[in-house]
Design a protein around this ligand. Structure first.
Ligand code: NIG
Ligand code: FE
Length: 394
């Protein structure tokens, strides 16, 4: 079976070779999906004869690549709404809140954790996310980290071992022993279930030396580094990410000129998580400074029960445009192609021939409406690998 999506008002391909500008925009467009990939993309009037065993009329709406959310903490139990309310009354976010979720996660059954991952993945899909990364980090024992990764792997290919989220509560006064555990028996149990290694390098979590030790062990076990860096205060994280050739450094709220220079000289993607600044009422990262320095910028939702309990990439795009001064074009690119780069994936985040057929239809004439109409559920249909997996259209 193949599908011809016809009557597209604005098609974002992210392929400048087949459309206009960085977003590779084609107006009055059509798309042919088959065998899980894009078979053809171009002007409606040039559709190859006989293309598509089924036809879908987009009726002038916009079509984009599915969002690639490269940063999520979906394997958890419980919620921390009270902590959010306290923050909105003036309390400050701290990494220590993670331990509340650790206690709830340890007490949860596999079925409960799996149901939460499924619920959030489905929720993300309905707002257009077709690829989502999922970290461990709320188990912090060998067995709880291992099972969180195994459960996450049933829902996504992008699984990250984050035993280095915070020091486990029972190791409170023995951080060195905890780092040894993460680098030893915990990593041995977890590495077979993950693609990535991540560390929260920040105040209240891990310092530069501990971060390097964990990343080194992860790399030796075959995992690829990515890093939580410079969220709560300035620290060595951004530069460590570049030093390790990490796929991505995430948050980057507090950067010096030297950090920006290091990111610009390296290959590490800067992944900004504006929903975390929104939910912790913190200063937004300086996206313009990174973009103007030539750094590749991605946007991700950072869904977690503490600092950013949202799965909505359209919300992140709206924040990035309104509060981080990214243009609508930059924000859409960063939420699709940028996320794909942060996950080192060349098959997703664009819609040229041969790309994965992960496609979203907006109930709007262009991608600009994602930030122009904030809070409105504009994603009207989602195809994953060429299958229509969600639609709110009658
Ligand atoms: O990315 N920064 C570290 N980890 C999460 C927050 C986790 C939590 O508060 O539960 C984040 O924001
Ligand atoms: Fe995070």
């Amino acid at each position: 079976m193949s599908v011809l999506i016809d009557g597209i008002g604005t098609l974002v391909t992210n392929d400048p070779e087949i459309g206009t500008g960085r977003l590779g925009i084609i107006e009055d467009a059509a798309l042919v999906l088959g065998d899980g990939v894009v078979q053809w993309a171009g002007r409606s009037r040039e559709v190859p004869q006989g293309a598509g065993t089924e036809r879908f009329d987009a009726a002038g709406r916009a079509v984009l690549p599915g969002f690639v959310d490269s940063h999520g903490h979906l394997a958890f139990a419980g919620e921390r709404g009270g902590e959010f309310a306290a923050r909105m009354s003036g309390c400050t976010y701290s990494a220590g809140g993670i331990r509340t979720t650790v206690a709830a996660t340890r007490s949860a059954t596999d079925a409960e954790l799996s149901a939460t991952i499924a619920r959030l993945t489905r929720e993300a899909l309905r707002s257009g996310t077709t690829t989502i990364e999922c970290k461990s980090g709320y188990g912090l024992t060998i067995e709880d980290e291992r099972r969180c990764l195994e459960l996450a792997a049933a829902h996504t290919d992008e699984v990250t071992f984050l035993g280095g989220h915070v020091v486990a509560p029972e190791y409170g006064d023995r951080p060195t022993a905890y780092v040894e555990l993460v680098c030893g028996a915990m990593l041995d149990a977890c590495a077979p279930h993950a693609r990535w290694i991540d560390v929260f390098c920040d105040r209240g979590a891990f310092d530069g030396d501990q971060t390097r030790e964990i990343l080194r062990a992860g790399v030796a076990a075959g995992l690829i580094p990515r890093l939580h860096a410079n969220q709560l205060e300035h620290g060595p994280g951004a530069q460590i990410a570049v030093e390790f050739g990490a796929a991505s450094a995430d948050h980057l709220t507090h950067l010096t000129g030297a950090d920006v220079d290091a990111l610009a000289a390296g290959k590490t993607v800067a992944t900004l998580l504006p929903a975390a600044e929104f939910s912790t009422r913190a200063t937004y990262p300086d996206a313009r400074r990174l973009i103007e320095a030539g750094v590749t910028v991605a946007l991700a939702a950072d869904c977690n029960p503490g600092s950013s309990y949202t799965t909505s990439m359209p919300f992140c795009i709206a924040l990035a445009v309104r509060d981080m001064r990214m243009t609508p074009e930059e924000a859409v690119w960063s939420a699709t192609a940028g996320g794909a780069r942060a996950l080192r994936r060349s098959d997703i985040g664009h819609l040229g021939a041969g790309a994965a057929a992960d496609v979203i239809l907006l109930d709007a004439p262009s991608h600009i409406h994602l930030s122009y109409r904030p809070g409105v559920p504009l994603v009207a249909a989602v195809w994953r690998r060429g299958e229509l997996v969600w639609s709110r259209l009658p």
